[in-house]
Design a binder for this molecule. Structure first.
Ligand code: ACO
Length: 423
């Protein structure tokens, strides 16, 4: 087995070492490429570029495998709570009972934000997109908690992480309450992390709120499934912003903006809008399949395809089952679920989708559950951000502890060569 790769250029041969991962993945270490050859690599969209070595998440897109710190996503979704998974992602091991109790207590203790944040929220129009609001509020947290984290101090790092895990659900819930015109509230310390998310989002001022265990279970699963996905667009954003030594909250705020786009986290909103449009147009799924295949039509089947999964998205299977459970339990017959299942069935046997290995991704069914829970469509990506928070934190922490250099890609310049102003 080779341990290096040879590159021949201008009659000279250069040797670049191979790096092997713990799941037998190989990469070429090209750190010395430019220094030795004067060349750079060109890889728009980074389809072939590894930006780091990471111990957090393993995914094998060909076989539909996703594991956090070695545990399969199926195992975690079935047997762990979101906060246990958050601890696992960030610190590397599942927490013991005692650690979990102390973690939950610390989160409860930090579950408040400065009241002045309310005036920032108030200044947004009600029509503002919740992702923009969430990103701004997260940046706003920096102003109210200005001390920068000394990454060499485990204690300071831990405290900053707890603060974010505690305060972020409040910001997410408040963006929802803003959309709904509900008064702003805080967590109830007798409830679990996920119960509190539901409580803070849905509690009406004039009524008690008791959460439905099936809904809480589905929410727990959804957030676990979204918790990390190695070097995706928003996570890479968090790492690259953090690599300039911008703080944790600033890096997360940038990640929220990256997640917003419809080709990334915004796809869950786009899926529901697409399904609604198909329903309004008579529910003709075959027509939309043809549109998706037509290269002259910009329409894409939202919720289908993935940069990495070229077999199936293991998260989509779990979510599809959870969607059925929630809808059955709540006694909801949602016609757009039938449209979604019809599209999936047709796509799975259509050569266009089969040949390009396009399968439903995590976002194809998640919006249907959120809708059944009464969450407005434009809030779906906020729910994704809430789930992704532990992954962003874990990746930021790993990047800072690895002391990675500042992220700064190069380019091949194709513009005008030197010229002067002609007077
Ligand atoms: N509908 C129709 N055709 C598609 C779709 C789709 N959803 N996705 C990919 N294709 C086609 C492309 O047109 C292309 O066809 P071609 O080879 O004939 O040119 C081929 O499949 C490969 O597509 P790329 O865009 O090159 O694949 P890439 O890996 O760059 O993109 C992406 C992946 C962005 C997810 C893409 O599949 C897509 O736009 N899907 C819809 C949006 C979506 O659901 N995003 C959520 C992703 S999951 C997440 O971020 C949590």
């Amino acid at each position: 087995m080779s341990t290096s790769v040879k590159l021949t250029y201008n009659d000279k041969t250069y040797d670049f070492p191979l790096v092997k991962g713990s799941e037998d993945e190989y990469g070429i270490d090209i750190k010395q490429l430019r220094a030795q050859t004067g060349l750079i690599t060109l890889d728009p969209g980074y389809k072939n570029t590894g930006s780091c070595q990471s111990e957090i998440t393993f995914l094998n897109g060909e076989e539909g495998v996703l594991r956090y710190r070695g545990y399969s996503i199926e195992d975690l979704a079935e047997n762990a709570s979101f906060i246990e998974v958050a601890y696992l992602l960030i610190f590397g091991e599942l927490p013991s009972k005692k650690t979990l109790q102390s973690l939950e207590q610390k989160i409860h203790d930090d579950s408040y934000v400065d009241e002045d944040l309310k005036s920032i929220l108030k200044s947004f129009p009600k029509s503002a997109h919740p992702m923009g609001v969430l990103s701004s509020l997260t940046s706003g947290l920096i102003a109210f908690n200005p001390s920068s984290v000394d990454v060499n101090s485990e204690q300071e790092m831990f405290e900053a992480i707890i603060m974010l895990l505690a305060k972020f659900p409040i910001l997410c819930a408040w963006t929802h309450r803003k959309v709904k015109g509900l008064p702003l509230n805080y967590a109830n310390t007798s409830l679990s992390y996920i119960q509190n998310v539901a409580h803070m989002m849905f509690k009406k001022p004039h009524q008690d709120y008791t959460s439905n265990p099936i809904v809480i279970n589905a929410l727990n699963k959804l957030l676990i499934l979204h918790a990390d996905h190695e070097q995706n667009c928003s996570t890479s954003t968090v790492r690259i912003v953090g690599s300039s030594h911008a703080g944790l909250f600033a890096s997360i705020s940038a990640g929220i903006s990256a997640l917003w786009g419809p080709l990334h986290g915004g796809a869950n909103q786009a899926v529901i809008e697409m399904l609604e449009a198909i329903k309004a147009d008579g529910g003709d799924t075959a027509k939309y399949m043809e549109k998706a295949k037509d290269k002259n039509d910009p329409f894409r089947l939202m919720g289908f395809g993935h940069r990495v999964y070229k077999n199936f998205d293991p998260r989509a299977k779990i979510i599809k089952k959870a969607a059925d459970e929630v809808l059955n339990d709540l006694g909801i017959h949602d016609p757009i679920l039938d449209i979604a299942k019809g599209l999936e069935q047709q796509a799975l046997s259509d050569p266009y989708f089969v040949d390009r290995k396009l399968y439903p991704n995590v976002d194809f069914y998640s919006g249907i559950i959120y809708r059944a829970m009464g969450i407005p469509t434009e809030m779906f990506t906020v729910m994704f951000a809430l789930g992704r928070l532990p992954g962003w934190i874990a990746q930021w922490r790993e990047m800072r502890l690895q002391n990675e250099p500042i992220g700064r890609p190069r380019q091949i310049y194709t513009g005008a060569t030197q010229r002067t102003i002609q007077k």
